[in-house]
Design a protein around this ligand. Structure first.
Ligand SMILES: Nc1nc2c(ncn2[C@@H]2O[C@H](COP(=O)(O)OP(=O)(O)OP(=O)(O)O)[C@@H](O)[C@H]2O)c(=O)[nH]1
Ligand SMILES: [Mg+2]
Length: 359
């Protein structure tokens, strides 16, 4: 399950975004005495899954799940012990969701650039702090190390000095082309500027028509490879969640908001984290699975069950669109669109798969 944390300066609207998406379903997540954290599980509506349940006459449907976390009592820009404990707890997240408080700025274009720069500077600073701590510890360890250990530490130090130089010149670590070996070395640090980022432009109602151009500006200003920008109005969308659904859709259409907040944000998070959705369909259950881009059939089998991967034979695979057109698996087979794929087949978004394994 992908885990995403809401970040932003104090008062940027993180809790409003969280409450809109959680819709009353929140639970206490881990925090420390210095800050608390609430989490919610987002289960986005998926029209492909609904259609598959119809085709497969499935008794139930299971959507993908994303965990979203809101931190209370701490924010970007804070200083001191609380901040560093918080940053430590962010290390395990798969992606960061940065809330930019556009509603606080009257001139939105200048406002967005300013918010973005401030937020970015904070992330760079957080990483710099971690790099400096590690550099100091390397020096300590070096004094006590034997010859063999020293050469390992020297290698690590030269890598960390490169990280420090990049951050000190105001660039995210993503700007560095790290080798696979280097990426592996730094993985456990969970650096903020190496994580995929999703920006939420928290704007007020009269800004909705300007979302598209603001999203573009924000994208151009962002120097990380994996990011996305979503327009959101915590104020209006929260009120709208309280309305009956027909009325809600009418109001949202009038303002120009295309789909429900959970769907919009979940799609953006899934894409930013570079995950795709694959389906399994049976009489018992039609289910959507979120797996990393580039996964092979064997990885998908392991996601379902480790035993499936161990005893993998092949995966019967059909693209959603082809199954949808055919209307049933039997018809899809007649049309010859159901493929038999081996363990190294690279899974595509929308594949409907049945893993066959030895008994
Ligand atoms: N006009 C307007 N006000 C908003 C919007 N989003 C949040 N606010 C207001 O801004 C204030 C702060 O919002 P919160 O959601 O508490 O922000 P936060 O980032 O969680 O703040 P802290 O956790 O206290 O640091 C509240 O008074 C909200 O009602 C918005 O889209 N438009
Ligand atoms: Mg809050």
């Amino acid at each position: 399950m992908l885990k995403a944390g809401l970040l932003g300066i104090r008062g940027s609207g993180r809790t409003s975004v969280f409450d809109t998406l959680a819709h009353g379903n929140a639970f206490q997540a881990d925090g420390t005495g210095r800050f608390t954290a609430r989490a919610t599980h987002l289960r986005p509506r998926d029209t492909r899954l609904e259609r598959l349940a119809e085709i497969g006459r499935s008794r139930k449907t299971t959507r993908t799940v994303l965990e979203l976390i809101d931190y209370e009592g701490v924010g970007l820009g804070d200083r001191g012990g609380r901040q560093s404990e918080w940053i430590n707890s962010l290390q395990s997240l798969d992606l960061l969701v940065l809330v930019l408080p556009l509603f606080l700025h009257s001139d939105s274009t200048t406002g967005i650039v300013q918010s973005l720069d401030e937020t970015f500077a904070e992330l760079i600073l957080a990483d710099l702090q971690m790099v400096e701590n590690r550099c100091a510890r390397i020096e300590e360890e070096f004094k006590r190390a034997g010859r063999a250990e020293r050469s390992v530490l020297e290698e690590e130090e030269s890598l960390f000095l490169r990280l420090r130089e990049t951050l000190e010149s105001g660039h995210p670590l993503n700007a560095l082309a790290l080798s696979t070996h280097e990426s592996h070395r730094v993985r456990s640090f969970g650096f903020m500027t190496l994580k995929p980022l999703c920006f939420i432009l928290n704007t007020s109602d009269n800004n909705v028509p300007a979302w598209a151009s603001l999203q573009k500006t924000c994208s151009e200003k962002t120097r990380v490879a994996t990011h996305s920008v979503v327009g959101f109005s915590a104020a209006i969308e929260f009120e709208a969640t309280e309305l009956p659904s027909a009325e809600r859709e009418e109001i949202m259409n009038d303002i120009g908001i295309a789909s429900a907040p959970v769907t919009r944000i979940s799609q953006a998070l899934t894409q930013t984290a570079m995950h795709l959705t694959v389906y399994t369909v049976g009489e018992n259950e039609a289910r959507a699975w979120s797996i990393p881009n580039g996964s092979c059939a064997i990885d998908f089998a392991a996601t379902i069950h480790t035993d499936f991967a161990k005893r993998f034979i092949r995966a019967e695979t059909v693209a959603f669109d082809q199954l949808n057109t055919a209307g049933s698996l039997v018809e899809a087979k007649k049309q010859g669109v159901v493929r038999q794929e081996g363990r190294d087949y690279e899974v595509k978004d929308g594949d409907v798969m049945e893993v066959l394994f030895s008994k």
